[in-house]
Design a binder for this molecule. Structure first.
Ligand SMILES: Cc1cc2nc3c(=O)[nH]c(=O)nc-3n(C[C@H](O)[C@H](O)[C@H](O)COP(=O)(O)O)c2cc1C
Length: 234
């Protein structure tokens, strides 16, 4: 609602700047303001930014390239260094820049700092056999199905998957290793929902194990297909 009001305000400001007025919308806008009297005028931003080419152009290509080239799924951690909430929030702050359909931002990230509950999550993950005791913390990424219409079936997973990709790189940026875990139909969804307090309207996209890098991480080689195998020119 606040973003809608901000958009209407940006629209009216633009119309004013080109010498036009729209009394009906202006009146509706004033009525809406009445309902949000306690919210600051700048709570939401809307309108258009004109961004210079030099801002959009990558300034540190080597660092970004290294981020992409050295990102790996990490399955062993230095558990003597505790993950902090600040680190988790910093990574989520960067990941918020992930694009989403109509900027709907359907994603939510559930986490706990309670080691026993983290063990509880680990026990529910189907794909961590053999290293189920190695990962100290987990992030459960969900996506709200009710943010999408009938003809947008499964789009919650598309939006959630894009967020996941951003999250993995963001975690590496704040020096946390991570491994994404599939949440499948075979998983004990009821137990995970109860443990984390996830409502039914949110689809579980994946669970991400996180922690501080050990001095050495054992990573599977995970050969990538060549660019030629990825493409199909037509
Ligand atoms: C959606 C998704 C589900 C995954 N599920 C698991 C899993 O259950 N167990 C696991 O050990 N790794 C899992 N992975 C990690 C992949 O095995 C890994 O990304 C892939 O082998 C490439 O290796 P890399 O990430 O080290 O480059 C998953 C990754 C994604 C994106």
């Amino acid at each position: 609602m606040f973003e809608t009001i901000a958009i209407v305000k940006a629209y009216l400001t633009y119309k004013q700047s080109v010498g036009e007025t729209n009394c009906i919308i202006e009146q509706l806008y004033q009525q809406c303001l009445h309902y949000i009297a306690n919210i600051s005028n700048n709570y939401c931003v809307a309108g258009v930014d004109n961004i210079k080419k030099e801002v959009l152009t990558c300034q540190n290509k080597e660092a970004i390239q290294s981020l992409f080239e050295n990102t790996r799924s990490i399955r062993n951690y230095d558990k003597s260094i505790a993950v902090t909430e600040d680190e988790i929030k910093s990574a989520i702050s960067l990941s918020r820049m992930a694009p989403s359909a109509c900027n709907r931002q359907p994603v939510k990230v559930y986490y706990t700092m309670d080691p026993i509950k983290n063990v509880g999550i680990s026990k529910l993950i189907p794909g961590n056999r053999g290293f189920e005791n190695e990962i100290p913390n987990f992030l459960v990424v969900t996506s709200a199905k009710n943010f999408f219409g009938l003809f947008e079936y499964n789009q919650w997973f598309v939006n959630g998957g894009i967020f996941l990709g951003y999250l993995r790189l963001a975690l590496q940026t704040v020096n946390l290793g991570s491994c994404i875990f599939q949440w499948s139909l075979r998983s004990d969804e009821k137990s995970l929902r109860t443990l984390c307090g996830i409502p039914e309207n949110e689809a579980i996209v994946a669970i991400v194990g996180i922690g501080h890098y050990a001095n050495e991480s054992y990573c599977i080689k995970a050969q990538r297909k060549s660019v030629d195998e990825y493409i199909s020119k037509f």
